[in-house]
Design a protein around this ligand. Structure first.
Ligand code: GLU
Length: 430
C-alpha cells in the first residue's frame, strides 16, 4: 500500500502533464524542506512521566513563511504530517495567500488527557519546536482535535519564551487573546462559498438538494449549520462513533447541543456524546461506511483522509462530493469517481477558508487593528469565489478534473515564485 505522502504525490504527476515545468521545480515539490520529530515529556496528574512524540514539517517556504495546523490524533505519523504540509503548500498558493505550507501533530488521543495534562502537552510541544516557528517563519493553527483554547496556550508559551507578546505566531486563537472574528466557522463557511459558486455554474438552487455530512467536528458542524440556513436539506450526519440519517432533514444545532451538554470526558474540551445517540423514531442509525454510500445529491467529507478509496468508490451514489477534510479521497478513487462522472470539489480549494481567515488573523495581529465580523466575511467570500471561478474556468479550458485544475493553479504560482527567486538558472548561464 502507498504511504499517504506517496499517494498525495501521485496527484502531481497528472498535473505535470498539463504544464511545462522546470525540472528543478518538480524536484523541489517532491520532498519537504524540514521534517522535525520531537519528544515531549509530560508530567501526568498521577505523577508519572509520559513522553509523547510530536512533529513539525515545513514543506516549502518559497511564497512566504510556512503555515498550517497542528493535529492531535492517535494515528498522527510523520507520513501523515508530511502529506498535510504538502497540501498546505498547494492550498495557500491556490487561494493566493503569501504563505508556504507546513503542518504539525502529536500522536495522542487527547480525549484521554485531563485539561491540565493537555495544557502541559501543548506548552511542551511549543517549547520543543520554538526554534523553527515564528511570525515571519512558520505559523501554526488548529487542525483535527485542536482548537482555540489550545492555540491560546501555545501563543502564550511562545510569547513567554520570547519574553515579548507575539500573537502573530499562531492563528485560530480565542477572541480574548487577539484571535480573529469569523475564524471558528471559516473552514465550513469557505466550503459553502465554494459549493455555492459551483452550483451557480450548474444552475442549481440549494432548496432542491439533499446533503450528507461525514464528520461533525468544527468544520463539519459549521458547514452543516450554515448550509441549512441557506436552504440545503441536511439528511445525514456522522461522527467517529456512527451516523444518523433522516429523509425529512436533521437540525445540526440540535445535534451539536446534545454533544455539547455531554462533555464528561476528562479534558472538558472534547464531547463524549455522539450525534448517533439521538433516538427520535424517524432517525435512522447507520455506520459511517453506509453514510458514504447514501443516496444524496451532495456528499460532504469533513472527517479524515482516505475515506473513499478503490474499495468503495464504485458504490458512491452522490453525483457531487465536497471535500472539507484534507485528503478524504485517495488518488486511486479519483480515477474511479471521474470515470463514473462524479464531480469532486477538491480539498485544496474547498477547505481553504480556514487558512484564509488565519491569514486575516495574522494581518490583524501584525497591524494591531481588529476587523468587524462583516469585513472578515466579505473578504473571505471575495477570495473563495474568485479563486473557485478561476479553477472552474481552467478545468473547462484544459478539459481536466477540478482537482487537476486546482493543483495547476497552485503549482503555477509556486513555480512562478521559485523561478523568480532565480537560482535555478544560475548554472545555465541565463
Ligand atoms: N488546519 C487547517 C487546514 O488544514 C487550517 C490551517 C491554518 O489555518 O493555518 O487548512
Amino acid at each position: 500500500m502507498l504511504s499517504i505522502f506517496d499517494d498525495a504525490q501521485t496527484r502531481l504527476t497528472s498535473v505535470f502533464q498539463h504544464i511545462d515545468l522546470d525540472n528543478d521545480v518538480r524536484e523541489r515539490l517532491r520532498r519537504p524542506s524540514l521534517a522535525l520529530t520531537v519528544s515531549i515529556p509530560v508530567r501526568m496528574d498521577d505523577g508519572r512521566l509520559q513522553v509523547f512524540t510530536g512533529y513539525r514539517v515545513q514543506f516549502d517556504d518559497t511564497r512566504g513563511p510556512t503555515k498550517g495546523g497542528i493535529r492531535y490524533h492517535p494515528h498522527v505519523s510523520l507520513d501523515e504530517v508530511t502529506s498535510l504540509s504538502f497540501w498546505m503548500t498547494i492550498k495557500c498558493a491556490i487561494v493566493g495567500l503569501p504563505f508556504g505550507g507546513a503542518k504539525g501533530g502529536i500522536t495522542v488521543d487527547p480525549r484521554e488527557l485531563s485539561r491540565l495534562e493537555l495544557e502541559r502537552l501543548s506548552r511542551g510541544y511549543i517549547r520543543a519546536i520554538a526554534d523553527v516557528i515564528g511570525k515571519n517563519r512558520d505559523i501554526p493553527a488548529p487542525d483535527v482535535y485542536t482548537n482555540a483554547t489550545i492555540m491560546g496556550w501555545m501563543a502564550d508559551e511562545y510569547s513567554q519564551i520570547q519574553r515579548q507578546q507575539v500573537p502573530a505566531v499562531i492563528t485560530g486563537k480565542p477572541l480574548h487573546l487577539n484571535g480573529s472574528r469569523g475564524r471558528e466557522a471559516a473552514t465550513g463557511q469557505g466550503a459553502l462559498f465554494t459549493l455555492e459558486q459551483w452550483l451557480k455554474t450548474q444552475n442549481k438552487a440549494p432548496e432542491s438538494l439533499k446533503l450528507a455530512v461525514q464528520g461533525f467536528g468544527n468544520a463539519g458542524y459549521h458547514f452543516a449549520r450554515l448550509a441549512k440556513e441557506m436552504g440545503f436539506q441536511i439528511v445525514g450526519v456522522s461522527d467517529s462513533k456512527g451516523a444518523l440519517f433522516c429523509e425529512e432533514g436533521l437540525d445540526p444545532d440540535t445535534l451539536m447541543e446534545h454533544k455539547r451538554t455531554h462533555r464528561e470526558l476528562k479534558g472538558e474540551i472534547y464531547c463524549a456524546a455522539s450525534v448517533c445517540e439521538q433516538t427520535q423514531k424517524h432517525y435512522q442509525q447507520m455506520t459511517n461506511a453506509e453514510l458514504l454510500e447514501a443516496d444524496v445529491d451532495i456528499l460532504v467529507l469533513a472527517a479524515l483522509e482516505n475515506q473513499i478509496t478503490s474499495d468503495n468508490a464504485a458504490n458512491i451514489k452522490a453525483p457531487l462530493i465536497l471535500e472539507i477534510a484534507n485528503g478524504p479521497v485517495s488518488s486511486a478513487a479519483d480515477k474511479i469517481l471521474e470515470q463514473r462522472g462524479i464531480t469532486v470539489l477538491p480539498d485544496v480549494l474547498a477547505n481553504a477558508g480556514g487558512v484564509t481567515v488565519s491569514y486575516f488573523e495574522w494581518v490583524q495581529n501584525r497591524n494591531g487593528f481588529y476587523w468587524e465580523e462583516q469585513e472578515v466575511q466579505e473578504r473571505l467570500e471575495r477570495i473563495m469565489k474568485k479563486e473557485a471561478t478561476a479553477i472552474f474556468d481552467l478545468a473547462t479550458e484544459r478539459q481536466s478534473s477540478l482537482r487537476t485544475a486546482a493543483y495547476l493553479q497552485g503549482v503555477q504560482r509556486i513555480s512562478g515564485a521559485m523561478v523568480e527567486k532565480g537560482t535555478q538558472d544560475y548554472f545555465n548561464n541565463k
